[in-house]
Write a new protein. Structure first.
Ligand code: TNX
Length: 532
C-alpha cells in the first residue's frame, strides 16, 4: 500500500486487500451523477445517492445504463464478470483519468461493500445528516482498490432480551455494522428475562413473556441476591412486532446484512414457561426471570413442546429469510429433567440414555425440522455433544475448542469465544473508571490480535471456520448508549480481523487509522469508548 502524502488521513477500516493511491484527486461536484450500468445495480445507486445527497446537498442524478458524457466527477456502478474472482462480496474501485470513479463487482453485494469503501475515501463529513456549507470541498484521492473478505461470516450479536433495544437503535447498530463491512446480525430475541418477538399463534409469549416485574440491581452474585430483595422495582418490557422485525430484515438487506434470529431452546426459557407453564417440567407457575445468571428451569421434552417450538419456528422462517436459524442450545441445566420420572420415561422412549442425550435428541428434532424447511441450524457449542445433521453449524463460545471439534467433524463453525469476542467484558485491565461490566478484560488490542483459525486445524479442516462474531450481551447495558460504549471501537477491530488478511494486520497502523475513523463514528453519533 502506498500512501499519498496529500491524503495522510486515508484510513479505511477494515483495511482493503490491495490499495494504491496515485497522484491527483477526485472531487464530487453539484454536477456529479451516478451511472447505474445495469438494472440490478439501481438500488445500490439509490442507496449511494441518498447518502451523498444528504451530506453534500448535491442532486446526484441517477442515470440508467452507460452514457458517453460521463467524466471524472461522476460515479459508475457496474456488474463485471471479471471481478467474480473476488467472490460474492469482492469489489474493485478504479479512478482512471477521464473516467468516472467506478465500483465494479461480480454481485450487487460486492457493489454495496465498495460503496462503503467509497464513503470512507471521502471526508468524514459524508456521514452527516444535513448538508455542509456550499464551500465544503468533497475531495478524495485517486485510488485503485481490489478487495474481498477473508471470512464469509462477519457477525455481531445483539442481546435485545436482557435489555430491550428500540427499533431505531437496532437499525443504527446495523448501519454501523455495514460501515465496517460486517454482514451477519445475530439477533438474540428470547431468553429467561423476556420474549421479544411477536408469535401470532402464541400471543402470551409477548403479552406475558415480554415483561418482567423488575430487574436485579448491581452485579449478579448468586450468593447475595435473593429474589425480591435487591430488585429495582421497575418493570422492564418490550417486544418487536412481526412487522417491525420484517422492517429490520429489509433495512439490513439493503446493507447486505443478513439477520439471523435466535430462539433459545431447551434452556434459557423462563419467559416462555412463565407464559405457558405447560412448557415447563414442574407444572409450577414461574415468573419471567428478574436476575441474571443461569436459570434452573428447562423446557419439558414432550412431543407437544417440540410441536410448539416448530410452530414458533414456522412464523420465524416466514419473517427471516436467512439460511441459518439459531436455536440457542447453551447452558441448559438438566436437574429438572433428571428429577422427573416423566422425563426419565421419555428418555427411554426416544432412546436417550441420559439427560445429555435427551438434549441432543431435542436439538436434532429442530435440526431435522429446519433442514426439511431448507434452512440450516446454528447453535452454541453445547449442541455438538450428541451428533448433528451435516448442514448444522456451531458457534464456539466456550473457547475455540468447540470450533475445533466442529471443524474436525465436518461442521461449519463461527468463532465466538468469550476470551476474544465477548464485548460485555471490561475493556481495560484496570476497572477503575469503567462502567459496570460482566467480568474479565478484553482490550481493543486483544480483540485485534485474535487469530480465529486455531493452529490445531489442517488447511482442509480450517475451511469449516466460516467466520468470527462479536457478542453484545446486555445484562449490564441498560441503554443504547452503554451498548455503543461496550461495542465500539472493539467491533471495528473485530471487523478487521474478519475481513482483512491475517498477514496484513498490524495493530499500530490500525490504531492510527482508528483515531481518524472515530471521526466517522462521532458524526454518526456513536458513543464509543474513547481510546486510551
Ligand atoms: C453466557 S454465551 C451466555 C449468556 C450470557 C453471557 C454473558 C452463551 C451462549 N450464554 O446467556 O449473557 O454468558 O457473558
Amino acid at each position: 500500500m502506498t500512501i499519498n502524502p496529500l491524503y495522510p488521513e486515508l484510513s479505511l477500516i477494515p483495511q482493503p486487500n490491495k490499495l494504491t493511491v496515485s497522484d491527483g484527486e477526485i472531487r464530487l461536484l453539484p454536477t456529479s451523477r451516478i451511472f447505474a450500468t445495469e438494472e440490478e445495480v439501481k438500488s445500490e445507486a439509490e442507496f449511494l445517492a441518498q447518502q451523498l445527497r444528504r451530506a453534500t446537498g448535491f442532486p446526484f442524478e441517477i442515470i440508467d445504463g452507460l452514457d458517453t458524457a460521463k467524466d471524472d466527477n461522476d460515479i459508475a456502478l457496474a456488474l463485471a464478470p471479471d471481478v467474480s474472482g473476488l467472490g460474492s462480496e469482492g469489489y474493485r474501485i478504479t479512478t482512471d483519468e477521464g473516467q468516472p470513479l467506478t465500483i465494479s463487482a461480480g454481485t450487487t453485494c460486492g457493489i454495496g461493500r465498495g460503496i462503503q469503501t467509497l464513503l470512507q475515501l471521502l471526508p468524514a463529513a459524508i456521514f452527516d445528516c444535513g448538508p455542509r456549507n456550499k464551500g465544503f470541498v468533497w475531495v478524495m484521492p485517486r485510488v485503485m482498490i481490489e478487495d474481498s473478505p477473508r471470512f464469509q461470516w462477519r457477525g455481531a450479536m445483539l442481546d435485545c432480551v436482557r435489555h430491550f433495544m428500540p427499533v431505531e437503535f437496532v437499525k443504527k447498530f446495523i448501519n454501523v455494522m455495514a460501515l465496517h463491512k460486517l454482514n451477519t446480525f445475530h439477533w438474540h430475541l428470547t431468553d429467561d428475562q423476556g420474549w421479544r418477538l411477536e408469535i401470532k399463534k402464541y400471543p402470551k409469549l409477548t403479552s406475558v413473556g415480554s415483561r418482567r416485574r423488575e430487574t436485579m440491581l448491581g452485579h449478579y452474585d448468586a450468593k447475595h441476591y435473593q429474589s425480591g430483595a435487591s430488585g429495582d422495582g421497575i418493570p422492564h418490557e418490550g417486544f418487536y412486532t412481526q412487522e417491525e422485525a420484517r422492517e429490520i430484515v429489509a433495512y439490513a438487506a439493503a446493507r447486505h446484512i443478513t439477520v439471523v434470529p435466535e430462539i433459545e431452546m431447551p434452556g434459557h426459557n423462563d419467559a416462555a414457561i412463565a407464559a405457558y407453564p405447560e412448557l415447563g417440567c414442574t407444572g409450577e407457575e414461574i415468573q419471567v426471570r428478574t436476575e441474571w445468571g443461569i436459570s434452573p428451569h428447562i423446557l419439558n421434552p414432550k412431543q407437544s413442546t417440540i410441536e410448539f417450538f416448530k410452530d414458533i419456528l414456522r412464523e420465524v422462517l416466514a419473517i427471516f429469510p436467512s439460511e441459518f436459524i439459531h436455536i440457542g442450545g447453551d447452558e441448559a441445566l438438566k436437574c429438572e429433567w433428571d428429577g422427573s420420572p416423566e422425563v426419565i420415561a421419555r428418555m427411554s422412549e426416544v432412546g436417550a440414555k441420559d439427560s445429555h442425550e435427551l438434549q441432543s435428541w431435542f436439538i436434532r428434532c429442530m435440526d431435522r425440522f429446519l433442514t426439511e424447511q431448507g434452512r440450516r441450524l446454528v447453535g452454541w457449542d453445547e449442541i455438538l455433544e450428541g451428533g448433528l445433521a451435516p448442514g448444522a453449524a456451531v458457534m464456539s463460545w466456550r473457547g475455540v475448542e468447540g470450533g475445533i471439534a466442529a471443524a474436525k467433524q465436518g461442521h461449519d463453525a463461527v468463532i465466538s469465544s468469550y476470551g476474544h469476542t465477548y464485548l460485555d467484558y471490561y475493556q481495560a485491565a484496570d476497572q477503575t473508571g469503567e462502567p459496570l461490566a460482566i467480568c474479565g478484560c478484553l482490550t481493543l488490542e486483544m480483540v485485534y490480535g485474535f487469530e480465529p483459525i486455531p493452529d490445531e486445524l489442517t488447511p482442509d479442516e480450517a475451511k469449516h471456520i466460516i467466520g468470527v462474531q462479536g457478542q453484545v450481551w446486555t445484562e449490564y447495558m441498560q441503554t443504547p448508549t452503554k451498548v455503543e460504549y461496550m461495542a465500539f471501537p472493539r467491533l471495528a477491530a473485530l471487523a478487521e480481523v474478519a475481513w482483512s488478511s491475517a498477514s496484513s494486520r498490524n495493530y499500530s497502523s490500525f490504531r492510527a487509522h482508528l483515531s481518524r475513523h472515530l471521526q466517522r463514528l462521532n458524526i454518526l453519533g456513536v458513543s464509543y469508548r474513547p481510546l486510551d
